[in-house]
Design a binder for this molecule. Structure first.
Ligand code: SF4
Length: 377
């Protein structure tokens, strides 16, 4: 990477060292399931300000939690990176301007950047009665999404509401709320579901697009496979308890307090695809996630599960083979499962991604000490 290019990103990101930046890019490659050999390519793409894609970010029926999760990490590198590698031309929460001024900026960006901008949709889209249940600047959100999508180079539906309807679409769904992929049928829409979604998954998707000029491989629901390719149940830290037949029966009972499996409390981890256990949320104390704090997963990243299947029901077990990467537990009573043996070869991928995510979060803290000791810069 050219020194001038690196100096630019060093200034923008608050003094990160070249070594830590390259380490970050290697980790980013690993977390996307790519060879670390593409790290220099990622570094060039992130560091080059000329490559910053214009982004138009629309809000529909939602709580703004997706935006909040991007902007409120305790670690400053993440939001700095996101806001640095994109040119955020329109965002209804973050716009400085308001009213006609903001709407004029949106129209100008769509016109000047036709075919080049990334459209990010946050929130469900109400379609009942021609979309009158969500109006912005006198226009229906439905028409705004259709208009902005027509000139977009890439479309990302962030959060469960945009990805599959989320809470606004829950029964009886009085506004006819639906998802971006349904409204934009026929177009490729990358979905980053989660309530809220993990900001690292959004960042990785954008970095992939920046680096390779195309979107990452997605599953049948539009989710990037590098982030949503595995079931939560496969990599959950409580999985050894599940395999040993140790379950919390009630909130606050001995099993719950000892960190046993939450399956009998309605955990939907066995039917939900996401990398929550590996990538975690919040940086305080190394990160956490709902199951880690004692709450069953409610399946927010899975269409038809989160907000649709009640917590008091129990999920169907799809993959009963114990993980080869979790130390087994010897229980006083036998496991309810009889299928033992072969481990999950793919769990290795999950382990790498998890380690990568934690390392990414730790980079900032290591960068200050590394800045002092490194002679490179
Ligand atoms: S059922 Fe839930 S708590 Fe238990 S191991 Fe699976 S994901 Fe973890």
């Amino acid at each position: 990477m050219k020194t001038n290019t690196f100096n630019g990103i060093k200034a923008r990101l608050g003094g990160i060292s070249r070594r830590d930046f390259m380490k970050y890019c290697s980790i980013m490659a690993s977390s996307m399931g790519l060879s670390t050999g593409v790290a220099p390519q990622i570094a060039e793409a992130i560091a080059d300000p000329a490559k910053r894609p214009p982004v138009i970010w629309l809000h529909g029926q939602e709580c703004t939690g997706c935006t909040e999760t991007l902007l409120r990490p305790s670690h400053p590198t993440l939001d700095a990176l996101i806001l640095d590698i994109i040119s955020l031309d329109y965002h209804e929460t973050l716009n400085v301007g308001a009213g006609h001024q903001a709407e004029a900026a949106l129209q100008q960006s769509m016109k000047e950047n036709a075919g080049k901008y990334v459209l990010v949709i946050e929130g469900a889209i109400p379609v009942k009665d021609n979309g009158i249940y969500c109006m912005i600047g006198g226009k229906t959100f439905l028409s705004m999404v259709e208009e902005a999508a027509a000139g977009a180079a890439a479309i990302i539906a962030i959060g469960s509401c945009a990805a599959w309807g989320g809470i606004p679409s829950a029964d009886p769904n009085p506004t006819g709320a639906t998802s971006a992929p349904v409204v934009l049928k026929g177009k490729t829409v990358v979905t980053i579901p989660g309530c809220p979604p993990n900001p690292y998954n959004f960042l990785s998707t954008v970095v992939y697009f920046l680096t390779f000029g195309k979107l990452p491989e997605i599953d049948e629901q539009g989710r990037p496979k590098f982030a949503y390719g595995r079931l939560i149940h496969e990599n959950c830290e409580r999985r050894p308890h599940f395999d040993a037949g140790r379950f919390a029966e009630k909130f606050g009972d001995d099993g719950h307090r000892q960190g046993w499996c939450l399956y009998k409390l309605g955990c939907k981890g066995p039917v939900t695809h996401a990398n929550c256990p590996e990538i975690l949320f919040n940086d305080v104390g190394g990160g956490t996630w709902p199951v880690g704090t004692g709450h069953p997963c409610f399946g927010c990243t899975e269409k038809g599960v989160g907000f649709n299947i009640p917590m008091f029901t129990q999920a169907e077990i799809q993959n009963p083979t114990p993980s080869a990467f979790k130390a087994p537990i010897t229980a006083d009573h036998p496991s309810p499962l009889t299928i033992q043996g072969a481990g999950l070869a793919g769990a290795a991928v999950g382990a790498i991604v998890g380690a990568s995510a934690i390392a990414m979060k730790n980079l900032g803290s290591s960068s200050s000490s590394s800045d002092q000791s490194s002679k490179e810069d």
